[in-house]
Design a protein around this ligand. Structure first.
Ligand SMILES: [Zn+2]
Ligand SMILES: [Zn+2]
Ligand SMILES: [Zn+2]
Length: 466
């Protein structure tokens, strides 16, 4: 078999196919799919890095998600290589990587098939799945090669410096959809034209705009109240007031230095105020400091909703909305929930929120394909008919139905959900052979004690336990 050309099989207790690669010549990236994990030799740093980049920039899930460890006896691994790997090991023995490997492997198995041609959705899906399976935060790393001074290792594989704005949009969108939660790390000031942080800040003459300035202290002589540039006071190695000719001895006693004064070497203009300008080294745009883009650099973690999305896979929203009439998108659902909480605060009434989620092993949903979609539509219809006209319904992540039931308490919603659960389970069992799909439900009270994020997280969390 061709396996011999793809590194060396590492001895493991399990039947896992883990390969050690030290010769990067003529490696076929497609062979990554035959492996359960890789260990890359860092002895040839450049080749190791290039191959790792090739793996992580793939759009094929069985390639980009593969656990990759770096073998190095030293700790001098470059940050970017480290960020794209699943850890550094010092030997090929199983116990050095089995813990991380097992965790990633288990999480990869939970993922359901998802398929879309929409590039933005594919990248978002990839980001969610990659970080979900790693249980890692989407952390920025500093890099002089990056336009903004910071980079997100995985995302940067899909965005050149010129597309920095698009990269930020992906993160912002994930945040708006509440798939990720940001934690502030730093702020960068970026060129308004090209998003570069490589900027020359300089003071310029407020009259002619030249940056050729001479800057000195302003001297204020207390006795005669003369104020002027320091150079006007200097005579030899003494300071003498040009107005009253007295010697200046002690700062704070005879005189002080209230501020700086700028003299323009180009036009001779004196001024106490300079204008700060920002010139971009990348695109040469000269702009005022106020015009720069302030961009927060965040470190993100997946929310429970994000983890759900990672497992179920993202699909373009238009498609879902079109398929399920009577259901609102998740962002609209969130707005309804916020209003409902406000209304409850004002009226003192009680409402409830509920969930009905399908737990489908990935092998089953991929075998079902189109049939899964038609079963979903049937279930959606059933739920619509079994709930009240005033209930707000949403469908997310291809497997989870959410319900807000105004003025209904938790117990009542729970019993409605139980009835639906039984019927849906029957429907599934009769439609799908060897039906291993299970139906989970949960209901919570919406009162004035909790915010919508909290409720959403709670309702989705328990539902995640298998
Ligand atoms: Zn000037
Ligand atoms: Zn004086
Ligand atoms: Zn620029």
């Amino acid at each position: 078999m061709a396996i011999t050309q793809f590194g060396k099989r590492v001895q493991t207790q399990s039947d896992k196919e883990i390969y050690f690669i030290s010769d990067y010549r003529e490696l076929d990236i497609k062979k990554v799919v035959i492996s359960d994990g890789l260990i890359l030799d860092y002895a040839d740093k450049e080749a190791c890095y290039s191959f790792l980049k090739l793996i992580r920039s793939s759009f094929i899930e069985s390639i980009y998600l593969v656990p990759v460890f770096i073998l190095s006896l030293n700790d001098d691994i470059d940050e970017f290589t480290k960020a794209l790997s699943d850890g550094v090991v010092k030997s090929l023995s199983e116990e050095t990587f089995e813990g991380s490997f097992h965790m990633i492997d288990q999480r990869i198995k939970q993922l359901q098939t998802s398929d879309t041609n929409d590039l933005v959705i594919r990248i978002q899906n990839k980001v969610l799945r990659y970080y979900y399976t790693r249980q890692k935060r989407i952390a920025p790393i500093t890099s002089v090669k990056s336009h903004t001074g910071y980079t997100y290792a995985l995302l940067s594989l899909h965005y050149q410096n010129a597309n920095t704005e698009d990269m930020f949009k992906i993160l912002d969108e994930l945040e708006t959809k509440e798939y990720v939660r940001p934690r502030y790390e730093d702020i960068v000031h970026l060129c308004s034209n090209c998003y570069s942080a490589f900027i020359n800040y300089r003071e310029v003459c407020s009259k002619c705009g030249s940056s050729d300035l001479y800057m000195e202290n302003l001297i204020h002589h207390f006795v005669c109240a003369k104020v002027g540039p320091e150079s006007d006071f200097i005579t030899g190695n003494q300071m003498v007031c040009p107005k009253c000719n007295k010697l200046l001895h002690h700062i704070g006693v005879d005189y002080d230095k209230p501020s700086l004064v700028y003299t323009c070497n180009n036009c001779g203009h004196h001024s106490q105020e300079s204008v700060m300008q920002a010139a971009c080294f990348n695109c040469n745009t000269v702009q005022s400091v106020d015009a720069l883009i302030d961009r927060k650099i965040n470190n993100y973690e997946l929310t429970v909703l994000g983890e759900e999305a990672a497992i179920g896979g993202l699909a373009p929203e238009e498609r879902k909305d079109a398929e399920l009439t009577g259901f609102v998108g998740f962002s609209t659902f969130n707005i309804f929930l916020k209003y409902e909480i406000e209304r409850i605060k004002a009226t003192g009434k009680v409402s409830s929120i509920g969930v009905l989620a399908l737990r489908t092993p990935s092998a089953v949903s991929s075998n079902l394909g189109v049939k899964y979609q038609s079963v979903i539509i049937e279930i959606a219809d059933f739920i619509k008919n079994a709930t009240l006209a005033t209930d707000i319904l949403s469908f997310i992540n291809n497997n989870t139905f959410l319900i807000v039931s105004p003025d209904n308490d938790k117990l009542r919603l729970e019993s409605t959900l139980k009835n639906i659960q039984q019927s849906v389970q029957k429907l599934l069992n009769s439609n799908i052979e060897e039906a291993s799909i299970t139906v989970k439900i949960k209901a919570l009270t919406i009162d004035n004690s909790r915010e919508h994020n909290d409720l959403i997280n709670d309702i989705l969390t328990t539902n995640q336990t298998v």
